[in-house]
Ligand binder design. Structure first.
Ligand code: IVH
Length: 669
């Protein structure tokens, strides 16, 4: 078999395995074997760039970075659905359809998925474009990001698909992924996503497809459009789509009577809670495409469909007290303490009030009867007050002006909703939470120290900040309850072991606001050591890929504080790593310092990712789109026509692959 034939064979096999795993949830080979096949394909493709194919399974890793999304007009506008919360309005809809058609009809009942809607275009069996809903007329071209979603087929299976068609559906972040993502963001001091819908649409709009790939999105499709669809019914078209490899929910049912429709609604009102993804209702669609056409559209939505939305579960209970929590970064969150009440199967005693503005909006008084809801969110929230139930007016809830723990006056930044306690070094919950973050698995991974141990060591005055961990001695523990000699040994060994943790994780562990694991990695790659990062100006920091003003200002501000520099020095003296590892460092130069380089086209000697890496290792910046600020374009074969045109217009130099390699070897210009 020639390498070319093997490439085609591997692509076919990998598409199949992807489908088995992500669509059917029934893999037929191990992850290990899958990875090995994918690696083999990647190597062959690297060696045979003439075989480049945008639909190859290797393209799901998302190496094709594009800054800013192109706006694309929808061929068919993306309409919304009429909404109702009441079954009697569902019955009205049914009667209206019956009267208008005056013949037999079927209603297709489906779940209403609560994510971010997307329209996919397939031409000759290949995914060519993925566009968000936008304003319904035009949306953002997020093709590179959608390609990273494993359940979206890049190449269709089977046969019989129209030469061109669109298929629409919902991009979702499964509950499990959502919860993990939020836990990670909490540890990094980043704002949390309120629900999986926001997380999915936020992820879809990330500029870095490689980052999107990590977020494990999923996609269900529920609507096909085109000139030559395979069947005359909506349900049957989706059945065909399932054969072509799309993920189509198997919960969909065709109903012949209103009673059957109601039975479907009642069943899923409870059953949906067991589903891996968020749903917020049921969609009813007249099944026959001919009948759909007969019924037509209003200006905003089809007359042949309606959405029945589930009532968010809500309970009424008494507000007894408002307390305040101080987080790692000092943000103060008001918490409503309630009379215990049963909500979606769990007992709720506390609910978030988010911030001062919300308290003001509801004009909250102690003793008020308040509505608590648990919708898409995991933390219940107060959504209203029953003012009629106010017999005696309790004290008005006033947001505190001083930190509930240390008494420092709170501050609120212009344009931000949150109040925070600025006493970073003296406010116990902030100090404790910083240590907890430092020892956590993603940071220094000092496993033996959980939150309870941190609390005990902190309360006994053995550790005040992270540097104290490295001064702990066996005798310090003599006075502590609960810790046996063995545990103490383990703990001290784990602390010592943490000196081997690579620099990027040490930087993350410092707990700088807005510096999560990925940002830390970027900074370490770009600057190499802590001194360079500490001395970087805001604009130096912003020159790094994906580091914006907010992050740059936070990093710069952190190291402008002498105390934080002292912490670094103490940790350095304790033996922690503050430099990038030797292997990564090798091959670093500043030959490309200050250069902003666009990579475009197909290459012979190295992959795109390798070139991107080389640019960064040699001090340059790899950017996605051509602008006045572009220093040159690293141009391979078949460079994109729009980039070429722009480069010519702006008079930007094209550098060939060989010229570029000479440049790095120091033999070119
Ligand atoms: S059909 C013309 N089916 O709900 C009808 N939509 O307000 C096109 N949605 O924008 C939509 N699940 O994002 C349809 N099974 C489903 C759906 C669904 C969720 C979303 C979709 C749409 C919105 C309608």
């Amino acid at each position: 078999m020639t390498p070319q034939e093997r490439i085609l064979q591997l692509r076919k096999q990998l598409h199949e395995h992807n489908h088995n795993y992500y669509v059917l949830s029934a893999p037929t080979i191990s992850d290990f074997k899958f990875d090995a096949l994918l690696r083999e394909l990647q190597e062959l493709e690297d060696a045979h760039p003439e075989m480049f194919d945008p639909s190859s399974p290797t393209q799901r890793v998302g190496s094709d970075i594009a800054k800013g999304f192109k706006q694309v007009a929808h061929k068919y506008p993306m309409l919304s659905l009429g909404n109702t919360y009441s079954k009697s309005e569902v019955a009205d809809f049914y009667e209206r359809v019956k009267r208008a058609l005056n013949e037999e009809f079927e209603i297709c009942c489906e779940l209403k998925f609560d994510g971010s809607s997307i329209s996919l275009t397939y031409r000759d069996g290949k995914l060519v474009q993925a566009v968000t809903r936008g304003d319904g007329e035009k949306g953002d071209d997020v093709t590179a990001n959608v390609k990273t979603i494993r359940s979206v087929p890049l190449v269709l299976k089977g046969s019989g698909w129209p030469a061109e068609f669109e298929i629409r559906g919902e991009i979702l972040m499964p509950w499990k992924v959502f919860e993990e993502l939020n836990a990670e963001r909490e540890r990094a001091g980043e704002p949390l996503f309120a629900n999986p819908r926001n997380a999915a649409s936020g992820t879809l709009k990330l500029m870095d497809p490689a980052e999107v790939a990590k977020r494990k999105l999923d996609a269900y499709l529920y609507f096909m459009l085109g000139e030559e669809l395979p069947a005359t019914g909506h349900y049957e078209n989706l059945e065909a789509a399932r054969e072509w490899g799309f993920k189509i929910s198997d919960t969909t049912r065709k109903c012949r009577t209103l009673d059957e429709v109601f039975a479907f609604i009642d069943h899923f009102d409870t059953a949906r809670k067991e589903l891996p993804v968020a749903t917020d209702g049921i969609v009813l669609k007249v099944n026959s495409l001919r009948q759909q056409k007969n019924l037509g559209y209003t200006a905003k939505s089809p007359r042949w469909a309606i959405a029945y939305k589930f009532q968010a579960e809500r309970a009424l209970t008494r507000l007894n007290e408002v307390t305040y929590q101080v987080g790692r970064t000092g943000v103060v969150t008001p918490v409503a303490n309630l009379d215990a009440v049963l909500l979606s199967g769990t007992i709720v005693k506390r609910a978030s009030l988010h911030n001062a503005d919300i308290i003001e909006k509801f004009d909250l008084h102690i003793g008020d009867m308040v509505y608590v809801e648990k919708g898409g969110e995991i933390i219940p929230k107060i959504t209203g007050v029953d003012t009629d139930a106010r017999l005696l007016l309790g004290n008005k809830v006033k947001f505190i002006t001083k930190c509930p723990v240390c008494g420092t006056p709170l501050v609120r930044n212009e344009g931000e909703a949150a109040h925070y306690c600025p006493n970073e070094r003296g406010c116990a919950p902030q100090m404790r939470a910083r240590i907890e973050h430092f020892v956590s698995r993603e940071a220094m991974n000092i496993e033996t120290i959980g939150p309870e141990t941190v609390e005990m060591l902190f309360n006994y005055g053995l550790i005040k900040d992270i540097t104290d961990l490295y001064r702990l001695q066996e005798e310090d523990f003599l006075l502590l309850p609960r810790l046996g000699a063995k545990s103490v040994d383990n703990l001290l060994a784990a602390v010592k072991q943490s000196c081997n943790v690579p620099f990027e994780r040490v930087l993350f562990a410092l707990g700088i606001r807005h510096v999560g694991a990925t940002v830390a990695k970027r900074l370490v790659r770009a600057f190499g050591n802590i001194d360079a990062i500490m001395n970087a100006s805001v604009s130096d920091l912003m020159a790094v890929d994906d580091i914006g003003e907010r992050i740059a200002a936070s990093v710069n501000g952190f190291f402008a504080t002498p105390h934080n520099r002292e912490i670094v020095e103490k940790l350095r003296a304790a033996g922690l790593k503050f430099e990038i590892e030797e292997e990564v460092l090798q091959g670093r130069t500043d030959i490309l310092a200050g250069k902003s380089i666009v990579i475009s086209g197909v290459f012979t000697h190295h992959s795109r990712d390798e070139y991107k890496d080389m640019i960064e290792r040699n001090g340059g910046k790899s950017v996605g789109s051509v602008s006045k600020a572009t220093s040159f374009i690293l141009a391979g074969d078949n460079m994109g026509p729009s980039k070429l045109e722009k480069a010519n217009k702006l008079n930007i130099r094209l550098v060939t692959e060989d010229e570029f390699l000479q440049m790095l070897a120091g033999t070119g210009e």
